[in-house]
Write a protein that binds this ligand. Structure first.
Ligand SMILES: Cc1cc2nc3c(=O)[nH]c(=O)nc-3n(C[C@H](O)[C@H](O)[C@H](O)COP(=O)(O)OP(=O)(O)OC[C@H]3O[C@@H](n4cnc5c(N)ncnc54)[C@H](O)[C@@H]3O)c2cc1C
Length: 247
């Protein structure tokens, strides 16, 4: 049985899909709700279990992108991986009203709430924005003024998840840097290359003092590079927490 961050055993429960929203060409948000509130901490994920008619089961992890302040519905942002087993299900088959088996919340290491303080540095690659979005939304819901910066790498402008919401929060005090790896940036302040030490240094140097809480999430290679860049820029290794979505 999985163990939640608080050490309690977590049980399977059945949630219902109450809404599906296309975010980008490759990502859909799936909103799940159950008879009782779903309590979790920003950064935690759930395990989803699908069972076919023949009894074959597949389990995958998905981060909760919504804020814990709205516990009646949780949002998962699922990226479609062609030939994958579970993510295409959410894109091609799942419909509002379907029941989904979910276990969680899971994860006690990759969590942040305002009580932990800051400055807070968040670094996301692609759909790795999901758990960081929960932290960002939580910070906004709590009207926290803890200094926070997000460095977010996406392939194209169209693939920047939660783009309008992030730009609105930027106007509200969140330091947002977006970098695109596969096209020129349409906005003056967006960058157009892979995350490197120079880019990280520009973000970190705007934070005073150095980040006391740092989170990086994305694919394996992205997490490796981004955490190395953080260390090069003087972020203490001890404050860096990582979550890897796989390849
Ligand atoms: C803690 C955690 C949180 C996560 N949160 C999120 C999240 O918020 N959003 C999100 O989108 N993902 C998230 N993930 C990733 C997610 O759990 C799945 O790994 C992802 O959705 C892929 O699952 P899948 O079943 O679609 O693909 P899989 O069936 O697992 O396949 C993975 C890849 O292998 C390839 N593949 C499969 N079979 C073959 C084959 N026979 N030959 C060649 N290639 C093959 C597929 O094309 C695919 O690219 C998270 C992972 C972790 C560990």
């Amino acid at each position: 049985m999985a163990v939640a961050g608080n050490g309690h055993h977590v049980r399977w429960r059945t949630l219902r899909i109450v809404r599906i929203e296309r975010q980008t060409s490759r990502v859909k948000s799936v909103f799940l709700s159950g008879p009782e509130a779903f309590r979790f901490l920003p950064g935690q994920h759930v395990t989803v279990r699908l069972t076919s008619e023949s009894g074959h089961t597949a389990q995958r992890s998905y981060s909760i992108a919504s804020a814990p302040e709205a516990p009646s519905t949780i949002e998962l942002a699922v990226e479609r991986l062609d030939h994958g087993e579970v993510s295409p299900y959410f894109h091609d088959i799942a419909a509002v009203g379907d029941e989904i088996e979910v276990r969680g919340p899971v994860g006690g290491h990759f969590v942040w709430s305002v009580e932990q303080g800051g400055p807070l540095l968040l670094v996301a690659g692609g759909s790795g924005i999901a758990p960081l979005m929960s932290m960002i939304r939580h910070r906004a819901a709590r009207q926290s003024s803890i200094p926070a910066a997000l460095l977010y790498s996406a392939r194209t402008w169209e693939e920047v998840l939660f783009r309008e919401e992030l730009l609105a929060l930027q106007a509200d005090g969140l330091d947002v840097t977006i970098t695109l790896t596969r096209e020129a940036a349409p906005l003056g302040n967006a960058l157009g290359r892979r995350v490197d030490a120079e880019m990280m240094s520009a973000v970190v140097s705007r934070m005073e003092p150095v980040p006391a809480q740092a989170f990086v999430c994305g694919g394996n290679a992205f997490v490796e590079v981004a955490s190395r860049c953080m260390i090069q820029c003087g972020v203490p290794a001890a404050v860096i927490r990582t979550e890897r979505f796989g390849k």
